[in-house]
Design a protein around this ligand. Sequence first.
Ligand SMILES: CC(C)(COP(=O)(O)OP(=O)(O)OC[C@H]1O[C@@H](n2cnc3c(N)ncnc32)[C@H](O)[C@@H]1OP(=O)(O)O)[C@@H](O)C(=O)NCCC(=O)NCCS
Length: 209
Amino acid sequence: VTAIKRLLIVGAGGHAKVVADAAIASRNFELIGFVDDDPLLQGRPILDGLVVLGPTRDLDNWAHELIVVAVGNNADRRRLFTLLSQTGERFATIVHPDASVARETTLGAGSVVFAGVVVNVHAHIGANVILNTAASVDHDSRVGDHAHIAPGAHLAGGCYVGAGTLIGIGAVLLPGRSVGSDVVIGAGAVVVNDLPDRVTAIGVPARAR
Ligand SMILES: CC(C)(COP(=O)(O)OP(=O)(O)OC[C@H]1O[C@@H](n2cnc3c(N)ncnc32)[C@H](O)[C@@H]1OP(=O)(O)O)[C@@H](O)C(=O)NCCC(=O)NCCS
């Protein structure tokens, strides 16, 4: 039996609420509250009466074993994850109980897996990744650190998604396709050809703009 660990959530927006809900549903954590640097959010209740306790710099004021960076924007989430790693924070990996994670997969530190997600056999998910509602990552695929697979997006088997990349809502990668780092794939796009780093690609078939 693993001891329940105290968890602080960094961020207090819509995405943070869903992360909190998944953490509570998993029964693996004692949720302490939220931290956020927006002065207007201080003290505000976010979910289940849990409030924004203070700004990120005051994290140490609230006893905790784990944090998670619950910020949707990939660049902001990467920056906060890197900063807070350097100050010795440890990151929770949160999986909603209604997600299906196959055996012989890996999920990195700070990654979150929402309801309806399927991660299939031999898929490897990096650190600080979002697998959003009902997304799927099929067998032998790899998702780099700080990436976001948005709701209802699907990676076929053997795909690769680079670090910091957003696969938009409902987008699809055909089997074995590779997308570089810091890419944005628009909502509903179908990735038919491999894509390099730092492009935005939209449409069916997806083309870099
Ligand atoms: C592709 C995307 C990044 C473009 O954003 P943007 O640069 O702000 O683009 P705009 O809204 O100004 O639209 C620019 C043009 O692209 C078109 N366009 C925008 N998104 C598109 C998409 N997903 N597929 C096809 N065309 C799209 C617009 O209709 C517009 O066309 P026009 O110039 O002929 O009028 C954005 O629309 C998108 O799809 N983001 C994904 C969001 C997402 O899934 N987030 C996850 C949340 S959980």
